[in-house]
Write a protein that binds this ligand. Sequence first.
Ligand SMILES: Cc1cc2nc3c(=O)[nH]c(=O)nc-3n(C[C@H](O)[C@H](O)[C@H](O)COP(=O)(O)O)c2cc1C
Length: 212
Amino acid sequence: MKDLDFIYKRKSVRKFKDEEVPKEDIVELLKAATYAPSPKHQQNWHFIVLQNKEMIDEMAKIVRDSHERIGSIAKTEKDQKIHMSVIDYYTAFKNAPVVVLVYGCEYKMIEYKILKENNASQEVLDILKSPQSGAQAIGAAVENFLLAASAKGYSTCYMTGPTHAKVEIENLIGFDKPGYELMSMIALGVGEENTPKQPPRKPLEEVVTFID
Ligand SMILES: Cc1cc2nc3c(=O)[nH]c(=O)nc-3n(C[C@H](O)[C@H](O)[C@H](O)COP(=O)(O)O)c2cc1C
């Protein structure tokens, strides 16, 4: 379908040309992100845009160090090697001229406040915090960003792998908005030629069920 080309041609790109992305384009993609739906329209997102190469490189080092630290729990050298084998996948953002850090805060159902005031148990309150609803808004916002980027000819990679280093990253960038945590990153730029093909999809028959 021609009008949906921007969806079908999007793929994750992890190598970028040394080309700047104009600020007005970044702003437009961020605007598209904020047009995503969110539960009760709470718009529980915050975007940090990094373009400073040194800072992006430092962030990649932080993620590597954190990954190594976690990997040291593995008892054998073989397991540590397997653990480290994904490091390029977790630090691919270092090849991009722009990295957008996507922060999210939890979504609380409207009933939360009332039930809290009425001494509801922590178990009930935890269910009402509904972490999956907040996370889905972030996913929707990121996807809007990726598809808008695709429509404008940019390449992207949606990344959650590096978020295990969220505390160290927060210290590096000095971002501290109460209640918000790093949910994902988007690597953005002009993609290199001949990057790996989009992987094939499962056939629809395998993932769709029509119930008449
Ligand atoms: C929630 C989420 C997290 C992801 N995290 C990473 C990541 O940490 N590093 C990476 O290189 N790609 C990451 N990806 C990209 C996937 O590997 C990619 O979307 C998948 O292989 C399908 O390829 P395509 O995007 O080219 O269609 C992530 C994608 C999603 C949706």
